[in-house]
Design a protein around this ligand. Sequence first.
Ligand code: IVH
Length: 665
Amino acid sequence: MNIKKEIIFLSTELHKHNYLYYMLDKPEISDYEFDKMMKKLEDLEFKFPQFKDPNSPSQRVGSLLNNSFNSVNHNFPMYSLENSYSKDELIKWKDRLVKILKTEKISFSCELKLDGVSVSVSYKKGNLSQGLTRGDGVSGDDVTENIKTINTIPLKTLTKVEYDFDVRGEVIIEKTDFVKLNERKIKNSEEPYKNPRNTASGSIKLVSSKEVRKRPLKCYFFQIVSENNPFNTQSESLNALKDLGFNVSNSHKYCKNIDEVFEFISYWYKQKENLNFEIDGIVVKVNSFSMQKHLGFTSKFPRWAIAYKFQTEQAITKLVDIDFQVGRTGAITPVANLEPVLLNGTVVKRASLHNEDQIDKLDLYQNDTLTVEKGGEIIPKIVSVDYRLRNLKSKKISFIKNCPACGSLLFKNDDEAQHYCLNSKGCYPQIVSRFKHFISRKGMNIDGFGTETIERLLKKDIIKNFDDIYNLKVSQLVGLERMAQKSAENLVFAIYNSKAQPYHKVLYSLGIRHVGETVSKRLASHFTTINDLINASYEDILNVDEIGEKIAMSLKQYFNETKNLDLLKKLNDLGLNFSQNKSEKKGTSLNKLSFVITGTFEKISRDSLKNIILNNGGKVVSSISSKAIIISGRNPGPSKISKAKDLKIQTLSLEDFINSYNINF
Ligand code: IVH
């Protein structure tokens, strides 16, 4: 292949895989293969710059100082939207449309109003040519290089487009990405970002596009503007944009009348908290482009569209008292108990107060009258206190000095807002929470082990530490309240089965402070055995990508305690995974045997069964051959069973399988 052709081939492949990964969430190649291809393209482009396309996939990586932010005129002005806050206002808007258009038959496109920063991106013959901020609506800042780093903005359309067009969209940061971004900030002892909207809008104007690339920005498109717009309606154009490879939210809806618009609004008003991005309302647009043309614009707004803004709902209630909750790590969280009040359709009885600073800021007194608010967050917050209604005899709320559970004196570091109970060994709620964390889905994933069972076993002194879980006998469990023989057997089986959990999950389940899911994964892939991690120095740990001082310190503290090392040894002897390289721990009882799994099992998930087979040196295959052994559960595949009969292959139940092989976890 000649160089030019090879560059074109690699670019086309990389554009395709970017789309499969970021837009369809269906990657076909590994990150490693993607990076390898990108490296090859970058090398070729470096050696043969004459063949480099300005919209090459390599342009997504950005550079250090490349933005000058020239002010550039928009091809079409960027109008803003008129706001409305009630059904009445929307009906008045619709009546105005009816008057101008002289028809009642008006249909609408309803869309979510994403709360981020708006951008206008121009395409020439399907190639991204420019990206501008809104600016004053007439001209905006040229942020093309930053725009190119955002994976959900295509550098080229999926199919050829002969006409030039602009697309308008909203650049946002999703809620889960925002949380992760701030976790990283906090870990590096930096001030966290205030909210996703401001962070997105700050990010799009950064001088270094390499820095923009690091921010988890996404863009959702909602409008095409072109002199040669070939579409008849807004709904049709949104679908066409999606087909061209643009990221269009799936939640837009064609509404044939204003009543359907109201239904859409009510639906999303209730559902908005379940979205992974923030919305501040709904945009209602006249669907027909010819009607839009007829309606035209005022000096500020299009007449054919309006925003219906959601207001953050507030309610007034009274403070009943404050609970101080003790978390797994001993952190104390004050929670306000409120007189029940209806807010956003749900009855609110509690509000989190986070820490002492929050109580001081609000200057809370007993029985105070409060305004509570439910915004983006699930847990409502207290926004203000009506001091005028305060009873003069009421007492000021002060933070507790001793742990509400065990009475130990609380401790607070000067640089942290949180108070802690340091009696980790003897403070009951901390002990229960540690067990809950250990058995949780993200940890050892032991099904059927409820909090009540843990509490009963703790109270009877049957379990004191995590290793005791693995020595539990059916007979001990059957003696507990509400635990029948069958549930006890299932629980013992689930405990046994949990030994197949991988190393990073075991690490997570230990509940070491600051060692969450992501950190555990990172540590496990760097220090591939627990001994490597135990023996690592503070500096060695700090050298791991994204691992900061707090985590390193916490790990060193944990491994410095003999009782923790004793526990790790016991868990290791019991067969839990303490190394990344499974082969080290692999049993060999199923060596070279192939298994076909069919049907479902009451006691075990198919994935766990697969893990057991793999961890014992066996193979899991999907098609039946004379060499395979079948493990059959409930509702097995009929074709598999009949093929097995034809080939006279051994078919085992789960129990047969467990009993026939000497499985070593
Ligand atoms: S249409 C002339 N549709 O809201 C049409 N805007 O307050 C103007 N926005 O500047 C925009 N989601 O940044 C439209 N589905 C949507 C939108 C949307 C968010 C933003 C956009 C606009 C602002 C107006």
